[in-house]
Design a protein. Structure first.
Length: 371
């Protein structure tokens, strides 16, 4: 940057600080200019927000929208002409219906109806793609061009005007210290920038009928889309009603259960899975008695607490030793440390002669039996 340019930047910065901090007043613009500048600012905000909302209206899914933007950028870098389209929700719904309709098959009324509805939804997706293209060409692109060129140019002129105003006010306050020619040139540049900015703003505001025509193009595209959508949905509704009438007039098939086959269980001995039942061995009277109360093993020591306890029990009950008793009781132990007395009474069959000479008395306790 040249020395003159540095000096001009210094003048602008000094004047701006004096106005913001010191409260110095600069050259005021006329009210018409300020009103025009305000309208242009509102127009710029309106166009920017309407563009963003229109894109959201056409492509409501933000994730798919971001993915589509990335794919379009990659396609431009690679030089590909055909860009991937936005996945319409109607198309996704139609693919889902067609897939499940094919799985159900042609014999199912619901499956045929799903196929019809899926085809209609795919047609709606195609119409929605046409709406996107129409709106982009006749509404989004013109407004985007307005933002990128006209509004951007106006902002550039206003910024340049503000810089020249600061330069002119700085030199005007130092009149006498600065040559008159330099002051006159600063004033001429300020007036020139003001005229250019005012002209550009006036042209934008006077040609706003173009924005009205672009908005009309958006509405026309929407009307065309909805007309085609209504036509497609009317055709689908007629198909579904016709299928309902055909299904109601068709005779109903009665359900006939199949006859049950007889259950063959086989032979009784084979009822446990084919394995023969094992027969339990027969036990004689002596074996049964030994099985219930096994006799102690010879040579094994008897528990010391059994015999004294048994003798005291005989004395307490008044039993005394005598001839063969009418009843016998056996003591059975469960383990070496824990014994349970199991009285087992057995009806004896004594000899009749012995029964005559025998005197009645208490039964004799035979002794413990180990289990």
């Amino acid at each position: 940057m040249s020395v003159a340019g540095l000096k001009k930047q210094f003048y602008k910065a000094s004047q701006l600080v004096s106005e913001k901090v010191g409260g110095a007043e600069g050259t005021k613009l006329d009210d018409d200019f300020k009103e025009m500048e305000k309208k242009v600012d509102v127009t710029s905000k309106a166009v920017t927000e309407v563009l963003a909302r229109t894109i959201e209206y056409l492509q409501p899914n933000p994730a798919s929208r971001a993915k589509l933007t990335m794919l379009n950028t990659v396609s431009k870098i690679r030089g590909q002409v055909k860009n991937p389209g936005y996945p319409q929700s109607e198309g996704l719904l139609g693919e889902c219906m067609i897939r499940h309709g094919k799985e159900l098959g042609g014999e199912s009324n619901f499956g045929d109806a799903l196929l019809d509805a899926g085809e209609s939804m795919k047609r709606l997706a195609e119409v929605k793609d046409s709406l996107d293209i129409e709106v982009k060409q006749n509404f989004i692109d013109p407004l985007q061009n307005l933002c990128d060129k006209d509004l951007k140019e106006i902002q550039h002129h206003l910024k340049k005007l503000e810089g020249r105003r600061l330069d002119f006010d700085y030199k005007k306050k130092r009149q006498g210290k600065i040559p008159d020619e330099e002051l006159r040139q600063a004033m001429e540049k300020f007036e020139e920038s003001k005229e250019v900015a005012e002209t550009s703003m006036h042209n934008l505001l006077e040609t706003d009928i173009e924005q009205v025509s672009q908005l009309s193009a958006l509405v026309d595209a929407q009307l065309d889309y909805h007309r085609q959508a209504v036509q497609i949905l009317d055709e689908l509704a007629d198909k579904l009603k016709r299928r309902m009438r055909e299904a109601s007039s068709r005779p109903k098939r009665e359900y006939k259960p199949k006859p049950r086959e007889p259950l063959d269980l086989g032979e009784p001995e084979q009822s446990n899975g084919g394995f023969p039942c094992a027969t339990a061995p027969k036990i004689t009277g002596n074996q049964q008695e030994g099985a219930l109360c096994p006799r102690p093993i010879q040579g094994s020591p008897s528990p010391p607490s059994i015999q004294p306890w048994a003798g005291s029990l005989e004395r307490a009950l008044g039993w005394a030793p005598g001839p063969s008793p009418a009843f016998s009781s056996r003591l059975c132990a469960l383990s070496a440390s824990s014994f349970v007395i199991l009285p087992v009474f057995r009806q004896a069959h004594p000899d009749p002669q012995q029964q005559e000479h025998a005197t009645p008395g208490p039964a004799k306790l035979q002794g413990p039996v180990r289990l």
